[in-house]
Design a protein around this ligand. Structure first.
Ligand SMILES: Cc1cc2nc3c(=O)[nH]c(=O)nc-3n(C[C@H](O)[C@H](O)[C@H](O)COP(=O)(O)O)c2cc1C
Length: 317
């Protein structure tokens, strides 16, 4: 499939694990794909400047397994030159696509005029898209928000992004000013869809596949983020609410993937937050928590999970 047609020809609706710094690393992407091999995955956002100046270090962070495909590498920044060299590296690494982050609201990112700050500078945003699209054969997509304080520039921004060479746009249906507790506003996306010729994916507040299908209407797909934390089964088409016993093989696989990628010390440190989320609904979760946040080895992780399972009665299927 050629780059510009990749998203147009991709089977619809497109379902994706949203990019999430600190969560959507290779291990978590592998786990979500094990639950539903049809989903698209995104990397955590990665600095284009970092890729340009320290390619070996950042390459390591971006490494992925073929089972994660289609996997989209997401970059942020504001310098067309570093975006182009990042794009070439991403293409060399064998990614399925490249996504430009124009939605991150983190203070540090916005202060550097990256992420959602590009919504205040359409000219630069379009130049970045154009530079990347003409430097790579990969499909180039953009992820952004409704806008800064309202959605008044949404249509102009997305139409401009499309003209600059974006072949898919994903919009988190909240503005920069809206905290997560404000309900996502998908109506603006349905209006936008009628004006765009490239695929448009919606994102924000989805609780699972059924919710995504209900909100989809005539959009081309959706991204699920926070609902997948500790719950990759959110992507399951067959068993979205497994028992704890059914979850254990996937939780163990997650720990194994993380430790394989990052080594036992870092892997164990990083798996702890996932373990706490995976196990938050089991009886006496608070008591188990103190053990989960201190695990130091794969053996210890497997042992605590097995002991937990022993305390919970197996329900007949
Ligand atoms: C912890 C966390 C990290 C995130 N990191 C990124 C990121 O690296 N790139 C990005 O485009 N969005 C990032 N987001 C935003 C999500 O991709 C998504 O747009 C947002 O969470 C709304 O979707 P949800 O309600 O399904 O979580 C992050 C969100 C969270 C909660």
């Amino acid at each position: 499939m050629s780059g510009s047609l990749f998203w147009t020809e991709f089977p619809k609706p497109i379902v994706a694990l949203a990019p999430m710094e600190g969560y959507s690393d290779s291990a978590f992407r592998q786990v979500c794909k094990a639950v539903n091999p049809a989903i698209v995955t995104y990397t955590e956002f990665t600095s284009a400047d970092g890729l340009h100046h320290s390619p070996d270090r950042v390459r390591k962070k971006l490494a992925f397994k073929s089972t994660e495909k289609p996997v989209i590498a997401q970059i942020f920044g504001k310098d067309p030159e570093t975006f182009v060299s990042a794009a070439k590296l991403i293409e060399d690494m064998g990614f399925s696509g490249i996504d430009l982050n124009m939605g991150c609201p983190a203070k540090k990112v916005v202060k550097s005029e990256h992420g959602v700050a590009l919504r205040k500078n359409h000219t630069l945003a379009f130049k970045l898209i154009e530079s990347v699209a003409s430097a790579t054969h990969l499909p180039v997509s953009v992820k952004s928000r409704l806008g800064w304080e309202d959605d008044s520039d949404l249509d102009a921004f997305c139409l401009g992004a499309q003209s600059a060479g974006a072949s898919m746009i994903a919009i988190h249906a909240r503005t920069y000013a809206q905290p997560y507790k404000v309900a996502a506003q998908w109506e603006s996306l349905y209006r936008l869809k009628d004006k765009l010729s490239i695929p448009l994916l919606g994102n924000g507040g989805l609780t699972g596949l059924a919710d995504g299908y209900a909100k989809l209407k005539h959009l081309d797909g959706f991204l699920i983020g926070q609902a997948a934390m500790g719950n990759p089964w959110v992507f399951s088409t067959t068993n979205p609410t497994p028992s704890f016993h059914e979850k254990i093989p996937i939780i163990k696989a997650h720990a194994r993937y993380l430790i394989d990628d990052k080594g036992e010390r870092v892997g164990c440190r990083e798996i702890r937050k996932h373990l706490v989320t995976y196990c938050k609904l089991i009886p006496n979760a608070r008591q188990w928590r103190s053990e989960l946040v201190h695990v130091e080895s794969l053996d210890a992780i497997e042992s605590v999970l097995d002991r937990m399972a022993d305390t919970i009665p197996q329900l007949p299927n």
